[in-house]
Design a protein around this ligand. Structure first.
Ligand SMILES: [Zn+2]
Length: 203
């Protein structure tokens, strides 16, 4: 496949994922970020800093190409999201990671304040994910180099992990591509909403 075509396809998937996440309400305003691996170049295509998911498009507007350390390939491109460390470390962790979705989904964040794990509340999540979602303490609005070992440890503990929650911050989901990662983020938000409502009703 010709390199340009492949990148065009990735931009299309990124845009679909960004628009879905915004429409579903798992990310509003200008928060959150998402990325995809560009397997042909060994780089990542990551959301630019400051923009909204709603303003991305399939032509690649709102995205920037970087290496896994977060360094822009073209210096004239806009700055990447402040979460480049998070995105880059997840691609470096495993070749199977093709997309990363990070969003500030409200039910998941609310649930995570008072719990250490989001359990498999429904039969559906048990079937789809098959594991509890760990909740991590990272006392910073973005993942820093010093936090990388904490995230790595989660995946060492469960190599099949597809997501985790940053307490007081948001959800991080990975997938074979960015659409799969986005669907997992939606599923986590649904699961967290049910978990919160269940606790309230059982009181
Ligand atoms: Zn965030």
């Amino acid at each position: 496949m010709e390199a340009g075509m492949e990148r065009k396809k990735i931009y299309g998937l990124l845009n679909t994922a960004a628009q879905r996440a915004y429409a579903r309400g798992i990310q509003s305003g200008s928060g959150g970020n998402l990325s995809a691996r560009d397997a042909q170049s060994g780089q990542m295509i990551v959301k630019a800093s400051g923009g909204s998911f709603a303003d991305c498009n399939a032509e690649g507007e709102g995205f920037v190409i970087t290496d896994f350390s977060g360094k822009r390939i073209n210096e004239s491109d806009p700055k990447p999201t402040r979460e480049v460390v998070l995105h880059g470390m997840l691609y470096a962790l495993s070749d199977k990671v093709g997309g990363v979705m990070h969003c500030h989904s409200p039910w998941a964040i609310a649930y995570a304040y008072n719990h250490d794990v989001l359990p498999m509340t429904t039969l559906h999540v048990k079937l789809k994910l098959g594991h509890d979602i760990p909740i991590l303490n990272v006392d910073s609005p973005m993942l820093l180099e010093e936090h990388v070992p904490l995230v790595r440890a989660l995946f060492e503990k469960n190599p099949k992990l597809t997501a985790f929650i940053l307490r007081g911050h948001g959800v991080v989901a990975i997938g074979a591509d960015i659409l799969e990662a986005e669907h997992t983020a939606e599923l986590i938000e649904e699961t967290a909403q049910i978990a919160v409502l269940r606790e309230l009703l059982e009181k």
